[in-house]
Design a protein around this ligand. Structure first.
Ligand SMILES: Cc1cc2nc3c(=O)[nH]c(=O)nc-3n(C[C@H](O)[C@H](O)[C@H](O)COP(=O)(O)O)c2cc1C
Length: 173
């Protein structure tokens, strides 16, 4: 199948999660394109889309939210998976989880959503970002779990295999 992996990332950590997902899907035999959300004009060429974003002050980054809003009708006709990456992955930290996520996942018809732990490197941050982080008890370091990312991507591959087996291709558009 033709798959697009499109991820909004400010400091690169979430983009690398997207690339890890893309690698697994390629290894499963799919044609996988990677593009930043602001570069995606449409998704007509794809059977499936993986849309991800880093979480900043309890929101997805604007480029990913914008893509979801712009292309919701096309996305709903495809198999869509979404993921978020931030430092608040526990349900207890839901105050810092992206507020728009439930509605966004519904609007694009997402099969599922997954939250992955991210990375915080103080040296990467702007002055304003450091000021925001200073008030939060965010743990510096790379908390990404690439085994968990790969396992999730395998689930997507399995889901697509099942659909292919059932003869379900891209919805006509
Ligand atoms: C200013 C700032 C605000 C953040 N706000 C949140 C938040 O509300 N919830 C969360 O889970 N993570 C938050 N994070 C953590 C980032 O999501 C995490 O560092 C992520 O891995 C960054 O991804 P990126 O390198 O792709 O931009 C914040 C980080 C910064 C620097």
């Amino acid at each position: 199948m033709q798959i697009l992996v499109t991820v909004a990332s400010r400091h690169g950590a979430t983009a690398e999660i997207g690339s890890a997902v893309a690698r697994v899907l390629r290894a499963a035999g799919h044609e996988v394109a990677e593009a930043a959300p602001e570069e995606v004009a449409d998704v007509q060429a794809y059977d499936a889309v993986v849309l991800g974003s880093a979480v900043y002050t309890a929101h997805w980054l604007p480029a990913a939210r914008d893509l979801a809003a712009r292309l919701a009708p096309e996305l709903r006709e495809r198999v869509v998976w979404v993921f978020s990456s931030g430092l608040a992955t526990q349900p207890a930290a839901s105050a810092n989880s992206p507020h728009e996520l439930r509605a966004l996942a519904r609007d694009v018809g997402a099969v599922g959503h997954r939250a992955f732990a991210g990375r915080l490197r103080r040296a990467d941050l702007s002055f304003a970002e450091r000021a925001i982080i200073a008030g939060a008890r965010a743990k510096e370091g790379d908390h990404r779990d690439f085994a968990a990312v790969a396992a999730w991507a395998e689930q997507i591959a399995e889901h697509l295999r099942t659909r292919e087996g059932a003869g379900a291709g891209r919805a006509a558009s």
